[in-house]
Design a protein around this ligand. Structure first.
Ligand code: FAD
Length: 455
């Protein structure tokens, strides 16, 4: 087998699909192994239970996806995905600060259900001639050289009755099996150290329901109300490609949103604008309430390992997984695959070390955003060294000014949506604007005019 003959990707979620696309440029053949039967139409699947909950592709990730599949964003728009360019259609309240609706972050935001987005990406991957998808196939183990210094393939078991276990020989195996990925255990079996695991526990729970609202019930297309200090609950409502709306309610630090629809509305009424609640009370429910539990942000620090076998990578949630309320996971996977694509331009020599180091740079930025936002909630337990406290206090002030200042709101959105790095919030002009914001604030409105969350 030549050194760029065959690559195998384990797991056909978002990270696996994007990775297969990247590898297809370097390897003669790519095989993608997934245990679910992969639908050929837009549909939920068992291995992606998160697809029943609000799922936004942030613009920072959408740019990478478009680079990998030119024309894909137009395609999903043509199929019905709402695109937000006018940000007055967004109601976004991070940490209790409703951002100015006059913000102009100058980036389109594509809205859809997760199954719809995954379907379009999967169809593009299926169309590539050198990618073979083996679905209904379980990954069992890796194979390696006698010295265990190189992974030589993967053992897989087809789910069709009577089929035998098969060994897929490969020059590169990429573990994209999500948070339950097996690479740490495999490393230990092969005599290597496991990666250090950095965790920030949030004990998050979701309750979601698909709805139909009477036409023109809302002027918004996306509403996101995050938890805030003293209230570890929040929720979102997103318009999807078929005109349906998905309501997701969240609660962290062990609090649970209700799972009965009427109780969900009462729960949402504590933080959602009154006009949204009244639209929701007129909604027709489609299907059942779905729930999900997410324990902790987790970064497996492969980039810190000194020894790692050649021929093996871990990507997506298998590498780094974030509190999903910030909508970063698919984009983080996309940024990792962009790092992989850049590494492959320099060849495949010493790929694991180069890839993990390169992907760790954008993951560090995403981690700062997610962990920083989680630690801004006093209810979340975790280390808060002085720099974190100073930064969180500054970001809180910036968010407060962004309620009235569309320039700051636009800048904050570009960072939260992974278009600009967090350091943009610390540029002198931005810091000055935050510090002098009180002189630009409008005169206090009377209670009746107060636009807080009710308009
Ligand atoms: C409730 C919730 C809401 C979220 N909301 C957002 C959001 O708004 N925006 C966003 O960008 N991200 C969001 N995310 C995160 C996002 O879904 C993931 O980060 C992203 O999909 C990357 O996942 P992945 O491909 O690495 O792993 P996964 O999606 O877990 O995919 C792993 C795949 O591997 C397969 N697999 C596992 N084991 C085996 C095996 N032994 N053999 C064969 N196949 C196997 C599984 O079936 C699955 O298809 C959310 C997550 C959750 C939980």
């Amino acid at each position: 087998m030549g050194s760029n003959d065959h690559a195998v990707v384990l797991g056909g979620g978002m990270a696996g699909l994007l990775t297969a696309r990247v590898l297809a440029d370097t390897y003669e053949r790519v095989t993608l192994v997934e245990r679910d039967p992969l639908p050929t139409a837009v549909d939920h699947r068992r291995g992606a239970p998160q697809d029943q909950h609000l799922h936004g592709l942030l613009p920072g990730g959408a740019q990478v996806v478009e680079d990998l599949f030119p024309g894909l964003l137009d395609e999903i728009e043509a199929g019905g995905a709402p695109v937000m360019t006018d940000y007055s259609e967004l109601k976004f309240s991070p940490a209790g600060h409703l951002l100015s609706r006059d913000a102009k972050p100058d980036i389109p935001l594509y809205l859809s259900s997760r199954p719809y987005l995954e379907h379009h990406i999967r169809a593009r991957v299926r169309a590539l001639p050198n990618i073979e998808i083996l679905d209904q196939c379980d990954v069992v183990d890796l194979t390696s050289t006698e010295a265990n210094d190189r992974i030589t393939g993967a053992r897989v078991q087809h789910r069709t009755e009577g089929s035998e276990e098969e060994t897929l020989e490969a020059d590169l195996v990429v573990d994209a099996m999500g948070r339950g990925a097996r690479t740490p255990a495999w490393l230990a079996e092969l005599g290597y150290n496991r990666p250090e695991e950095e965790e920030l526990v949030v004990h998050l729970s979701y309750s979601s329901r698909l709805l139909r609202l009477p036409p023109d019930s809302l002027s918004e297309k996306l509403i996101v109300i995050g938890p805030q200090p003293g209230r570890p609950t929040g929720g979102g409502l997103i318009l999807q490609e078929d005109g349906s709306w998905l309501l997701s309610l969240v609660a962290c630090v062990g609090v649970r949103p209700p799972t009965e629809f009427e109780a969900m509305l009462d729960f949402a009424a504590e933080f959602m604008p009154a006009h949204v609640i009244s639209a929701l009370r007129n909604a027709e429910s489609v299907g059942e309430v779905s729930t999900f539990k997410f324990p902790a942000n987790r970064w497996r620090h492969y980039e810190r390992l000194r020894d790692f076998p050649q021929g093996l990578l871990a990507i997506g949630d298998a590498f780094c997984s974030f509190n999903p309320i910030y909508g970063q996971g698919m984009s983080a996977a996309a940024l990792q695959t962009a790092a992989l694509r850049d590494c492959l331009k320099q060849g495949t020599h010493d790929l694991p070390r180069r890839f993990f180091r390169s992907a760790a740079t954008p993951m560090n930025l995403v981690w700062q955003l997610a962990a920083g936002a989680d630690l801004a909630l006093p209810e979340v337990e975790g280390p808060r060294p002085l720099p974190v406290r100073i930064l969180n206090s500054y970001v809180g002030r910036l968010q407060a000014e962004s309620e009235h200042d569309p320039v700051l709101a636009g800048q904050f959105i570009r960072v939260a949506f992974l278009v600009d790095p967090p350091a943009r919030l610390l540029r002198p002009a931005t810091v000055l604007r935050v510090m002098t914001g009180k002189w630009r604030r409008p005169a206090p409105a009377s209670a009746a005019e107060d636009s807080s969350l009710q308009a």
